[in-house]
Design a protein around this ligand. Structure first.
Ligand code: SF4
Length: 465
């Protein structure tokens, strides 16, 4: 079931790559993408090769809709990459913008797919246009592909490195050639990419849940600024740039599946620890803890454990609210919330309740839920948020509303509380979030909570490149 992005943040993409000699990997790529479906529901694509030609199938729709038995019939080979996309704009929702993107250059056939956002894409695009390149889409991947195709470098590897050195921002990139699968992570490692092993071959994926689905074993995260090239000669790792590591903390809070490891850290565990820390930072007397399903669940469990308050099911999710309601208008989003969650009156009536959610972005969903609970007879609603207040937009591959739509950039916490109608409101601190994730050396991107952007902002967004 595709996820309704009701909090106003949407992951833009998920990537997958596999090299498995002697195996037909079409079905495995399909399953990998199926596991990554929550990262993008607008379109899906697979590029595959048997060593001779690269075959590409992509379209708008969910993985199961795009890859009909007829399409799967055409997808045979032992190397493949795949992609699921959430398109922000109408043009990005066109099939042309679906990934992978296939290109034919003097270095042969290539297919590429990425997750992230190139912050200097507009500058590179203008430069390429001036040199006569005609863009068919407004996607960053076309900019990357045309830089590779136009590079004067003597071989593909050098063309890739030359191109990567020109990019700023966040990217996890997978590349397919007739005999190699290549995985690349930006110098800060903002977007996730992990390496796995399967039967004498290797797998790359945005999240490790894709490894579990195909029976692959997690090896390690791809390092920031690392190019991993997998081919007949095995695996080769090449560092191409150095930057301060800054892993997206929102992966742990909301985007990633709870059964995934991001940077080797279990997402469920990080959310549960966030809930425990939240309970210590914002204690309250209450009869029960409830979660906003699904992403508030692990944090609610942690909160209940640490506070010694029973956890109960207070909000029931309609599992059949689907993609129709993933829509960028406020009206449809609000309608979707109403359809999606309903209160369990027999559990809630007359009680003081702690409602744990992963984040507050616009604040409208949270206010609607508080009203829903009060209407169901709840005496007091104490809202606890397992992340710090979101005050700045993301420029690294997550579709966030403009600053003016982020409620915490406009209002104080007390004003947000009044606005959503809660009896009390508490957010996890930035320190608490770091502790919950627990990576050594605190290598985090926290830009949406702090306004400090580890890889800069696009030109015209408050800071020059
Ligand atoms: S700004 Fe926020 S959502 Fe974007 S990469 Fe950084 S932590 Fe993640």
């Amino acid at each position: 079931m595709p996820r309704l992005a009701e909090n106003g943040l949407k992951e833009k993409c998920g990537v997958f790559g596999i090299y498995a000699p002697g195996k037909d990997v079409g079905q495995m790529t399909y399953m990998g993408l199926f596991a990554l479906q929550h990262r993008g529901q607008e379109s899906a694509g697979i590029a595959i090769t048997d060593g001779r030609t690269v075959v590409l199938e992509k379209d708008r729709g969910l993985v199961a809709e795009v890859f009909t038995p007829q399409r799967m019939e055409r997808l045979h080979g032992n190397l493949a990459i795949g992609h699921v996309l959430y398109g922000k704009t109408d043009t990005q929702s066109n099939v042309e913008s679906a990934q992978p993107l296939a290109v034919t250059s003097r270095r042969g056939s290539l297919a590429l797919a990425h997750n992230g956002q190139i912050t200097n894409a507009a500058i590179l695009r203008a430069e390429l246009s001036e040199r006569g390149y005609l863009f068919r889409t407004d996607s960053d991947i076309e900019v990357i592909a045309s830089l590779i195709a136009q590079s004067e470098a003597p071989d593909l590897n050098s063309a890739l490195i030359h191109t990567l050195k020109r990019l700023t921002g966040a990217y996890a990139l997978v590349v397919l050639t007739p005999d190699r699968v290549i995985g690349i992570r930006d110098p800060h490692g903002i977007r996730p990419l992990s390496l796995g092993r399967i039967d004498g071959g290797y797998v790359l994926a945005s999240e490790t849940c894709a490894f579990d689905t195909i029976g692959a074993e997690f090896v390690r995260p791809v390092k920031p600024g690392e190019l991993v090239s997998i081919g007949p000669d095995g695996i080769c790792s090449q560092p191409f740039a150095q930057g301060k590591k800054a892993v997206c903390t929102f992966e742990y809070i909301y985007f990633a599946r709870p059964d995934s490891l991001i940077e080797g850290v279990g997402v469920h565990g990080a959310r549960r620890r966030a809930g425990r820390i939240l309970a210590a930072e914002h204690p309250v007397k209450a009869d029960m803890v409830i979660s906003v399903p699904d992403s508030g669940r692990s944090a609610a469990l942690g909160y209940a454990e640490a506070a010694g308050i029973p956890l109960d099911a207070g909000l029931i999710k309609n599992r059949y609210v689907g993609r129709t309601f993933i829509h960028p208008t406020q009206k449809k989003r609000e309608f979707a919330v109403q359809l999606k969650l309903s209160p369990l009156r027999e559990v809630l009536a007359g009680k003081n309740v702690v409602m744990v959610d992963d984040s507050i972005v616009r604040g409208t969903t949270c206010g609607r839920l508080v009203r829903l609970l009060k209407k169901a007879g709840v005496k007091g609603v104490h809202v606890r948020i397992a992340s710090p207040p979101v005050i700045s937009p993301c420029f690294y591959g997550i579709d966030t509303p403009d600053s003016k739509e982020l409620v915490a950039s406009r209002l104080s916490i007390e004003n947000i509380r009044q606005n959503i109608g809660a009896d009390s409101l508490g957010f996890l601190s930035i320190e608490g979030l770091k502790q919950a994730v627990g990576l050594p050396g605190e290598p985090y991107c926290m830009a949406c909570f702090s306004g400090k952007y580890p890889a800069g902002r696009p030109k015209g967004e408050g800071e020059e490149e």
